[in-house]
Ligand binder design. Structure first.
Ligand SMILES: [Zn+2]
Ligand SMILES: [Zn+2]
Length: 67
């Protein structure tokens, strides 16, 4: 147990170090596109757009990016 990076399995000494590690090495991978309508998250903007078209037709939703 501890502070292990879920993305590359690197063990970090503290939660702060883990956060810094993720920020430094996996910033792109951890970027998530969130559907404002239902909260679903996607790795790619294209996936979010596809979701909006298929799951929420006719609804105007904004895509947000949380880093
Ligand atoms: Zn990592
Ligand atoms: Zn949705």
């Amino acid at each position: 147990m501890g502070n292990k990076c879920e993305l590359c399995n690197t063990a970090l000494g503290s939660k702060e170090e883990l956060l810094a590690h993720v920020e430094k090495y996996h910033r792109r991978e951890t970027s998530v596109f969130t559907c404002d309508t239902c909260g679903a998250t996607f790795r790619l903007e294209a996936e979010l757009m596809d979701h909006l078209k298929t799951s929420h037709p006719g609804r105007v939703s904004r895509a947000t990016v949380s880093l």
